[in-house]
Design a protein around this ligand. Structure first.
Ligand SMILES: NC(=O)C1=CN([C@@H]2O[C@H](COP(=O)(O)OP(=O)(O)OC[C@H]3O[C@@H](n4cnc5c(N)ncnc54)[C@H](O)[C@@H]3O)[C@@H](O)[C@H]2O)C=CC1
Ligand SMILES: CC(=O)C(=O)O
Ligand SMILES: [Mg+2]
Length: 368
């Protein structure tokens, strides 16, 4: 099969779909890999590195002419128009909060498989997890910088110093993002509370952190009480495939401290605060109701060396299966869970329900 790897064009997105090491795995199995020139510049991989791995260096147009397109971020409007019915697109999509992209992909006829909804036998999201690990860790760095006075924050050091109490971090959602945020916040010396509506998850976190993190069952009352005391609130909830529940209302935000910070990591699914709107690494924050909002939808793009390597570790096996079997790879129900759009039909129930668009479940038996 011909695999295309375009250079990412989203603002300050420096990751790339395949590392030279991954290219080598595809080439060794007899596939041709067409890499857009300079696609790896953000991770320090030169065109020559890709050529040494067996790739052919091409233009963006040629990379988009391949049978399987491997990307990182959702295609931008000028990229939708390059996609067609015979192709498979393999990338993050986050369609539940993005009607325009959904319509663009439906119109193109492409078969689009979203990294973030592929599942595994343990009920996890194995192609989302590595970027959630990165974003969770970064969320505390973002909170710490946003709390600095010149950033619009109250001027507070999260870890405090001897004789001055540390700051309070409240993490809403104790999954992968939430756990990694808690790890870094604990490492900085902050006081940390994690809220989740899964008791089983709260039990695991209690064991994992040996009492160093407070756990709290997530109700409206509990969130209100915790948010009012937070210096940094991390939005890390997920209902897989669907738009994020708006748990943080404007009213709740008004009760937060002036100069506190909301890092809404869930912004790629529309955000869990009423006041959240997506920002970019070029202009990551804004202030509403006295609270600094950090709502970057591609946080891992800031650390592309770490993120691209971590992402490839997870995407490579599925990518190789798609290259070998084409649509036949969808016979695996965990891969099929990633299918969002197929030849003009929306196949994802949560996306359909979030956007009010009709959807039809994919029938793996229909693959020719
Ligand atoms: N902005 C960015 O650059 C990035 C954003 N993300 C996003 O971060 C979000 C979280 O991802 P993960 O941690 O991997 O998900 P996860 O599925 O591991 O964890 C989500 C947690 O939220 C909890 N939850 C769901 N509804 C809740 C509610 N109403 N109240 C309290 N807890 C609730 C679940 O029980 C679960 O423990 C997702 O939207 C993901 O797409 C991930 C990576 C990068
Ligand atoms: C998960 C995601 O949207 C990202 O890594 O950019
Ligand atoms: Mg206020």
């Amino acid at each position: 099969m011909r695999i295309g790897v375009p250079k990412e064009i989203k603002v300050h997105e420096y990751r790339v779909g395949l590392t030279p090491g991954s290219v080598r795995e595809f080439v060794q199995r007899g596939h041709s890999v067409l890499v857009e020139t300079e696609a790896g510049a953000g991770i320090g991989a030169t065109d020559q590195d890709y050529i040494s791995a067996g790739a052919i260096i091409v233009t963006a147009e040629d990379a988009f002419s391949a049978d399987l397109i491997v990307k990182v971020k959702e295609p931008q409007p000028e990229e939708w128009t390059r996609l067609c019915e015979e192709q498979i697109l393999f990338t993050y999509l986050h369609l539940a909060s993005d009607r325009k992209q959904t319509e663009g992909l439906l119109a193109s006829g492409v078969t689009a498989i979203a990294y973030e909804t592929i599942t595994d036998v343990r009920g996890g999201l194995p192609l989302l997890s590595p970027m959630s690990e990165v974003a969770g860790r970064l969320s505390i760095q973002a909170a710490a910088v946003s709390l600095e006075k010149h950033s619009g924050g109250q001027g507070l050091l999260l870890g405090g110093v001897p004789g001055v109490p540390s700051g309070r971090v409240v993490v809403l959602g104790g999954g992968v993002v939430g756990t990694h945020a808690a790890k870094i916040a604990v490492g900085l010396g902050a006081e940390v509370t994690v809220l989740d509506r899964s008791l089983a998850r709260l039990r695991e976190l209690d064991d994992l952190f040996g009492g160093r993190v407070r756990t709290c069952y997530s109700t409206a009352d509990a969130l209100e009480a915790e948010a009012a005391q937070a210096d940094a609130l991390i939005g890390a909830v997920l209902v897989p495939g669907a738009s994020a529940p708006k748990l943080i209302t404007r009213e709740l935000l008004r009760r937060m401290k002036l100069g506190s910070v909301l890092v809404d990591v869930a912004i790629d699914q529309g955000g869990c605060a009423e006041t959240s709107r997506a920002t970019t690494h070029a202009n990551p924050t804004y202030v509403e109701e006295g609270v600094v909002h950090y709502c970057v939808a591609n946080m891992p793009g800031a650390v592309p060396k770490t993120s691209t390597a971590a992402l490839n570790n997870a995407t490579l096996p599925v990518g190789l299966s798609l290259a070998e079997k084409g649509l036949g790879a969808l016979a695996d129900p965990h891969v099929a869970a990633g299918l969002n759009v197929h030849r003009g039909t929306l196949t994802s129930q949560p996306v359909g329900e979030s956007l009010g668009i009709g959807w039809t479940a994919f029938d793996a038996g229909s693959v020719k």
